[in-house]
Design a protein around this ligand. Structure first.
Ligand code: NI
Ligand code: MN
Length: 225
């Protein structure tokens, strides 16, 4: 599994030749100007919730590539009305895709579209693939529901928000990594705008002091598991 950071909470996952883009917010992100959104390939677009900073580029990528949107029922319905195909899910449900098994998990957050229309309930994803398992938390507070994940899945890596204000901050993300029993964490949802600027070195140090590895990828760089 190859994971490329596309800025903010956007990632490209490559699993056995299948390309999954998560929460594309690339074209308006000044920090991600080196990413050419029109050159990205995708088979699937995973959308954790309907907020602007997670969906801005969904429509253009889906229409250009034919990628399927995987999200909650309401978000998938929203895109189906625009002629984009998708796979609707809801909390606690799993589906076997060709690249692995996906479960839509709970997130404590909100999920309205930018125009105020209903975006269902926010979530995250657990992907069990090619003997590597990943949890993408989405925008969320620290929640006890995270403890349910390791009852069924041994995680190799997790993508957690760490920017505070709108989501967990670093302290809670460290507790989350205990709840999910995973010490390899890729941080996201930091630095993109004023409310979520963090001290990255300090964050890495805080994780390190708890025996955990916080990876803060430069935008456009990748890590393989
Ligand atoms: Ni959000
Ligand atoms: Mn967000």
């Amino acid at each position: 599994m190859k994971i490329t950071f596309l800025g903010h909470a956007s990632f490209l996952l490559e699993i056995d030749g299948t390309k999954i883009i998560v929460d594309p917010f690339i074209s308006p992100n000044e920090l991600a100007h080196e990413i050419d959104v029109d050159a990205l390939e995708a088979d699937y677009i995973f959308v954790t919730h309907a907020h602007q900073d997670h969906i801005v580029d969904v429509e253009s990528i889906a229409k250009r590539t034919g990628a399927k949107v995987v999200s909650n029922f309401e978000i998938v319905s929203h895109y189906e009305k625009k002629g984009i195909s998708g796979h609707p899910m809801n909390h606690g449900g799993s589906w076997e895709f060709n690249f692995g098994k996906v479960t839509y998990t709970n997130a404590v957050h909100s999920s309205a579209f930018p125009d105020g229309s209903y975006g269902g309930n926010p979530g995250g994803f657990v992907i069990e693939a090619e003997h590597k398992n990943i949890y993408i938390a989405g925008d969320t507070a620290l929640t006890y529901d995270m403890k349910l994940i390791p009852l069924k899945v041994n995680l190799d890596v997790a993508i957690l928000p760490i920017g505070d204000n709108f989501t967990m901050g670093v302290d809670d993300a460290i507790i989350a990594s205990d709840f999910i029993d995973c010490s390899k964490i890729i941080g996201c949802h930091f630095d993109t705008f004023g409310y979520i600027k963090i001290n990255k070195e300090q964050a890495i140090k805080q994780f390190f002091e708890k025996g955990k590895d916080l990876m803060l990828l430069d935008i456009g760089t990748a890590i393989e598991f």
